[in-house]
Design a protein around this ligand. Sequence first.
Ligand SMILES: Cc1ncc(COP(=O)(O)O)c(C=O)c1O
Length: 446
Amino acid sequence: MSNWKNEQEAREQILSMVEDFYHDFREKKPYQDGDRITYAARVFDEKEMCSLVDSALDFWLTTGRFAKEFETEFAKWLGVKFAHLVNSGSSANLIAFSVLTAPELGDRRIKRGDEVITVAAGFPTTVTPVLQYGAVPVFVDVTIPQYNIDVTKLEDALSDKTKAVMIAHTLGNPFDLSAVKAFCDKHGLWLVEDNCDALGSTYELNGKKYLTGTVGDIGTSSFYPPHHMTMGEGGAVYTNDPLLHRLILSYRDWGRDCICPSGQDNFCGHRYDGQYGELPKGYDHKYVYSHFGYNLKVTDMQAAIGVEQLKKFPSFVERRKHNWKRLREALSDVQDKLILPVPAEHADPSWFGFIMTLSDELDREKVVRYIEDHGVQTRMLFSGNLTKHPCFDDIRSNESAYRVVGSLDNTDRIMEHSFWVGVYPGMTDEMIDRMAKVIKEAVSML
Ligand SMILES: Cc1ncc(COP(=O)(O)O)c(C=O)c1O
């Protein structure tokens, strides 16, 4: 038996030991010249570890008090009415799309065969839910050096089946929200902002500054470790629309009608007096399903990490901006070899990465190999051109599965000539300077 007087004292002692454990075994050693520079890494301290263990000691396991706290603080920070945690950014996109198929949305509901305008130069799971449902993605090219949708092609992409635009803010750089929002408003389309790579980016619209993800009807985030903040695995879906909020809860939580939090019964006081579908009157509301939903909830352990990450988040954003700017300046004298990224007009990006496109005479494979061999990790712009991937083999000749509007020349150019490196908040000036040196060597010597 232990000598603890009560649970509170036991928790305090355990957490104090966790703090010591962090300092002895998990605290990151300062960067030394020659260490490998990864494109991303978790930035955390004893606070995240203690919060995680605190939730483990609760042993609540599923969504609970930490998730509630995170959702409340996150919604406040974003300035939106509703924010809901899910178990990944991909799940957030799946929910964001799925709710737009709900019968409650009447004529605006997305049905099978309806079209969603998007891009092929990005991450697959911005588009996957559209195809999985049997709706039709319509791919539009992007611009370089913004790496976002070419808004001059939007009207060409429109058809009488278009119901939504669903796109990401590439590597933190906001897409032209002013043009895309105006297009959506003009044609009565939904706008889903995949904000997984842009948390903290701002955009000025009609004289007011907005965080990306909060301008469209729904925004999504990812909390996978490389992202702007982490829970290990995790994501969020946010909106200001009360109906979409209810639908998000339903699709996330098995498709159920009831909104009782996990572990609570009869929250609304009407558990046994409703009439739903063709069920007998008074059928237990907790087991009434108004949608074909999923279970995409997070555990409280994930949320407990997020609660502490959120407190650090503003400093993360500042450091990302600083790192990006320093790298941009350091590479300014090799612009004849590389196209450097530029922030979108009216935007202040919270950069996820630093993307470059090589001039045609340079061989990307050789450049990237040189950079990697000299200790700097690189990444491609995710899928490059999504339509070229094996997952499209099966539908490539099926004209009704997807549409391409005009050419995807810039998308292909990105697939062949672009790469990016990180600017994560754990990077020091010394690391940025070394990355710049290695990149310059690679493009000048090869
Ligand atoms: C733009 C974008 N959307 C969605 C996702 C998916 O997020 P997750 O890995 O949490 O599923 C990612 C992943 O990195 C992404 O970059």
